[in-house]
Design a protein around this ligand. Sequence first.
Ligand SMILES: Cc1cc2nc3c(=O)[nH]c(=O)nc-3n(C[C@H](O)[C@H](O)[C@H](O)COP(=O)(O)OP(=O)(O)OC[C@H]3O[C@@H](n4cnc5c(N)ncnc54)[C@H](O)[C@@H]3O)c2cc1C
Length: 496
Amino acid sequence: MNKNTKWLKYIVRIALTIVLIYLVWPVLFVFKAYLSDSSKPYQANIPNGYVNDASRLDLTKVDTVLTISTDSTKAVQQLVSLVKYVDSTGKKVSIAGARHSMGGHTIYPNGIQVNMLPFNRMHLDESKKILYVQAGARWAEVILYLNSKGYSVSVMQSNNSFSVGGSISVNCHGWQNNSGPIASTVIGFDLIKANGEIIHCSRTENKELFGLVLGGYGLFGIILNVELKVVPNREYKSNRYVIASTDYVSNYAKYVDGHKEVEMAYGRLDISPDNFLKEAILNTYTADTTVKGILPLGDPTLVAARRSIFRSSVGSAYGKAMRWKAEKKLGEFASSKAFSRNDLLNEGVEIYEDRDTVSTDILHEYFIPRNKVNEFISAMQQIIPADSADLLNVTIREVENDTDTYMRYANGEVFGFVMLFNQAKTKLGEIKMEKLTIDLIDAALKSGGRYYLPYRLHATREQFYKAYPMANEFFRLKKLYDPKEVFNNLFYTKYN
Ligand SMILES: Cc1cc2nc3c(=O)[nH]c(=O)nc-3n(C[C@H](O)[C@H](O)[C@H](O)COP(=O)(O)OP(=O)(O)OC[C@H]3O[C@@H](n4cnc5c(N)ncnc54)[C@H](O)[C@@H]3O)c2cc1C
C-alpha cells in the first residue's frame, strides 16, 4: 500500500467518525428514547373512590365523583340540588374541569368532586363576536367549533387540553401578546352560588363576584355559561430571532411592541447545562389579513419526532443540547410554512407528557416586571443548578396589566417564565421540588414579581401572602359569600 492510499484511508475513517458523531449518534440517541418510551398515553391508575390531578402526586380519597348529565337542563338541576344538599349536611364540593392544576385545586378529602366536562355546549353570535359556551367545554372542542365559523379564541393557554371553567378560574394566559389574561376577554358568566341561587356576573352585574370568581379557583360557586370575546382565525407566518437571553426584552421591544400585525409571540431559553439560559429564541406570529375565508384545521405535525427529542432530554445534558440545536433547525422548517392561529393553538399537552410511572413533570411560573427580567434570569442561572433540578423547558410570555380579577398575578405588565421540571415521585423528589420552588419564589419576590397559583402548593404561607397581599381580603370575602365553606379544595385549606 503506498503512502497516498494510506492517507486516503485515514481521511475516510476520520470523515466517517465525524458523520457518526454528528448525524448517526443523535439519531440513535433519540431512537433509544423512542424505544424506551411507553407507546401508550399515561393511564392514571386511580383506584375507585379516589381522585388525582395533573401532578400525579395528589391521590386522595373522596366521598363521590359526580359526573353531571349531558342534558344541560338536568345538569343544572343536579348541580343546584347538590349545592343545597351539601349546604345542609356540612359536606364539601370541589369542582373539576380537565384537572390540569397540580396542587389539589380540584380536590377536597372526602368531599364531592363535580366533573364538569359533560357540560360542553356552545354557540357563536357572529354579529357580536361573542361565544356562549358551557364551562365544561375544552379548548379542543371550542377551536373545532370556532374554526368552522372562521373564528378563534382570544386568549387561552398554549395548549388545547383545558376546560373553559378551569381556564377562567385560574385566569389563564398564553402566547397572545399585547393582552391581559383571559379575564380581559370574559364578558360575563352564570354562577351557582353557595346557597344554590343562580346569578349572572359581569362588569356591571354582581361586579364584586365577577372579579372574585375569575382567578378564584372554584371557591365562590360553580360557573355555568360563559360569554367570551372571539377573534378572527388568521393565517400566520412566523419569524424567529436567535438572541442572547439578556437581549430578550430589547428584542421584544423591537419586534413585538407596537407591531399590531404580530398577534402571538413567545420566547424559549436554552436549558443545556453548558450554555444554561444564555441563549433565547423569540418567536413571533404575524397575521396575513389578505387571506380570507374559513381556513382548514390541520393536525399537529412531526408528533413522534418532537416527543422523542423532548423526552430524550430528561436527565441528559447531551439530550438537552441536542434538543436546542434541533429546535433551531425544526423551527426554521416550521417558520417557512404558513398555518392558521387555530393550528397553532390546537395541540394537546399529551404530546410531551411524562408516561413514566416513577417520575412526573411539574410546572412552575413566575411573573416578572419588564425591567427585572435579566435580574430574574440571572437568579434562575444560580438557583436551578444549585438545587440540582432537572429543567426541561422554559417559555417566556408577556402579559399585560390585569384590571379585572381580585387575586391578580399581572399587577402591571409582566413577563411570565413558565418552567417545566421533571421530578421523582418519591419523598426526596418532593423535598427537592419544595426547596426549588421556595428559592425561585424568593427570587421572583425580590424582583417585584409574583408566582402562579395553579401548581404545587410548595410556597410557604408567608410567601403566598407576600406575593398576593390582597389574599386576606379575598378569603374574608370567600367566607362572606360562602359562610359554610361549601366550595372547598386543598389550595384553600392550605392558605386561608
Ligand atoms: C401541561 C400544562 C400546561 C399548562 N399550560 C398553561 C398555560 O399555557 N397557561 C396557563 O395560564 N396555565 C397553564 N397551565 C395551568 C393550568 O392548570 C390551567 O391553565 C387550568 O387550570 C387548566 O384548566 P383545567 O380545566 O384543567 O382546570 P382544573 O384543573 O380542572 O381546575 C382549575 C381550577 O378551576 C376550578 N374550576 C374548574 N371548573 C370550574 C367551574 N365550572 N366553576 C368553578 N370553578 C371551576 C377548579 O375548582 C380549580 O380550582 C398548564 C398546566 C399543565 C399541566
